[in-house]
Design a protein around this ligand. Structure first.
Ligand SMILES: NC(=O)C1=CN([C@@H]2O[C@H](COP(=O)(O)OP(=O)(O)OC[C@H]3O[C@@H](n4cnc5c(N)ncnc54)[C@H](OP(=O)(O)O)[C@@H]3O)[C@@H](O)[C@H]2O)C=CC1
Ligand SMILES: CC[C@](O)(C(C)=O)C(=O)O
Ligand SMILES: [Mg+2]
Ligand SMILES: [Mg+2]
Length: 342
C-alpha cells in the first residue's frame, strides 16, 4: 500500500527558516499565500501590477514584482496559469534564482512537457493540491484540508522531499493526506481526471441529461434541479462515504436504476474514448494543441467559452440560483469575487 503522509509524519523545521515567494495570486496563489502565512511561514507574493496585486495588498500580504520576490526567497512556488509560466519563468524567475533555492509547481505540465528547463543548481519539486484553490483556502479555515501529491524532479539540497512535505503541511494538505508521485504521473493523471471525469466528463454528462429532458418536453427548471443542482448533494455523499455511502441514502429504486442504466450511459464505447483521451495526453498531443491555441490567442477557447455561457442550462441556472441566497452568497464570495479580485 502506498505511504500516505499526515501531519505527524512531517518535519516542520525544514521550512521554518525559509522565505517562500508565491508567484501569482489566483485560485491557488491566494490560498497558498494565506494558508502559509497562517501556518507561520515567512511569505511574499510576486505579481505584476493589476487586480491580483491590489487584492494581495488588501489581504495584508507583502507584494513585489516577480523578480523582486524571487530574489529574496528560498522557495519559489509558481502559481501562474500554466500557459503563461514559460515566458514569466524565462524573463523574471530564472534570472533571480540562486543556488540552493527550490523551484516549486502545483502541476507538472511545464516541466513534464519541457516548456521550462530549470538550472541544475536548484531543487525542483511539486506540491499539487487535488482540489480547486478556493477549496484549499476554505477547507483550511475550517480546520481541514485538500489532499495533495508531492514529487521531486531535482534534489540538489538532499532535503527536497522533506521541504515538499513541510510545504504541503503548511497549506493544510497533510491534514487530508499527501502521496508521493512523479511529475509524469501527476501531470498525466491530473490532465486525464479534469478532461474525462471531473470537468469535461461531468459537464458533458450534465448537459446531455439536461438536453434529453428538455427536448422531451420537460420544464428546463425541473431538468436543471435534476441534472445539475442535485449533483452536488449526491457527490457530497460520495465524498463522505464512497459509492456505497451515496447508495445508502438513495432509494432502492434509484439504486436499481443506477445498476441497470448507469452502464448503458457510460458504456464500453465511452471507456474506449477515455483511453484515446489518455493516449493524447501521454503522447503530448493534447499539450501541443493547448500550447498552439495559446500562441494563436485562444480563438477556439474563447468561442466555445462564449457558446457555453449561453447554453440554456446556464441561463436557467443563473435565475434559479438568484433565488437561493445560500448558493449565491457562496459563489459571490469564493468563486466569482475571488476570480475577479485575484
Ligand atoms: N485552479 C486550481 O484549483 C488548480 C491549479 N493548479 C495549478 O496551479 C497553477 C496556477 O493555476 P490557477 O491558480 O488556476 O491560476 P489563476 O489563473 O487562478 O491565477 C493566475 C494568477 O497569475 C497572475 N498572473 C498571470 N500572468 C502573470 C504575469 N505575466 N505576471 C505576473 N502574474 C501573472 C494573475 O494575476 P493578474 O490579476 O495580474 O492577471 C493571477 O494572480 C497552475 O499550474 C495550475 O495547473 C493545480 C491544482 C488546482
Ligand atoms: C480539476 C481541475 C484541476 O486539475 C484541479 C482543480 O485540480 C485544475 O487544473 O484546476
Ligand atoms: Mg487537478
Ligand atoms: Mg489540473
Amino acid at each position: 500500500m502506498t505511504k500516505v503522509y499526515y501531519n505527524g509524519d512531517v518535519n516542520d523545521y525544514v521550512l521554518a527558516n525559509k522565505k517562500v515567494a508565491v508567484i501569482g495570486y489566483g485560485s491557488q496563489g491566494h490560498a497558498h499565500a494565506q494558508n502559509l502565512r497562517e501556518s507561520g511561514i515567512d511569505v511574499v507574493v510576486g505579481l505584476r501590477e493589476g487586480k491580483s496585486w491590489d487584492q494581495a495588498k488588501k489581504d495584508g500580504l507583502a507584494v513585489y514584482t516577480v523578480r523582486e520576490a524571487v530574489e529574496q526567497a528560498d522557495v519559489v512556488m509558481v502559481l501562474l496559469p500554466d500557459e503563461h509560466q514559460p515566458k514569466v519563468y524565462k524573463e523574471e524567475i530564472e534570472p533571480g534564482l540562486k543556488p540552493g533555492n527550490a523551484l516549486v509547481f502545483a502541476h507538472g505540465f511545464n516541466i513534464h512537457f519541457s516548456q521550462i528547463v530549470p538550472p541544475s543548481y536548484v531543487d525542483v519539486f511539486l506540491v499539487a493540491p487535488k482540489g480547486p484553490g478556493h477549496l484549499v483556502r476554505r477547507t483550511f479555515t475550517e480546520g481541514a484540508g485538500v489532499p495533495a501529491l508531492i514529487a521531486v524532479e531535482q534534489d540538489v539540497s538532499g532535503s527536497a522531499k522533506d521541504v515538499a512535505l513541510a510545504y504541503a503541511k503548511a497549506i493544510g494538505s497533510a491534514r487530508a493526506g499527501v502521496l508521493e508521485t512523479s511529475f509524469k504521473e501527476e501531470t498525466e493523471t491530473d490532465l486525464f481526471g479534469e478532461q474525462a471525469v471531473l470537468c469535461g466528463g461531468l459537464t458533458s454528462l450534465v448537459k446531455a441529461g439536461f438536453e434529453t429532458l428538455v427536448e422531451a418536453g420537460y420544464q428546463p427548471e425541473v431538468a436543471y434541479f435534476e441534472c445539475l443542482h442535485e449533483l452536488k448533494l449526491i457527490v457530497d455523499l460520495m465524498y463522505e462515504g464512497g459509492l456505497a455511502g451515496m447508495r445508502y441514502s438513495i432509494s432502492d429504486t434509484a439504486q436499481w436504476g443506477d445498476f441497470v442504466s448507469g452502464p448503458r450511459v457510460v458504456n464500453e464505447s465511452v471507456k474506449a474514448e477515455m483511453k484515446e483521451v489518455l493516449k493524447d495526453i501521454q503522447t503530448g498531443k493534447f499539450a501541443k494543441g493547448w500550447i498552439l491555441e495559446n500562441q494563436a490567442n485562444r480563438p477556439e477557447f474563447n468561442a466555445i467559452n462564449r457558446q457555453e455561457s449561453e447554453h440554456q442550462i446556464e441561463v436557467v441556472g443563473r435565475k434559479l440560483r438568484e433565488m437561493m441566497p445560500f448558493v449565491k452568497q457562496k459563489q459571490a464570495k469564493e468563486v466569482v469575487g475571488a476570480r475577479a479580485e485575484n
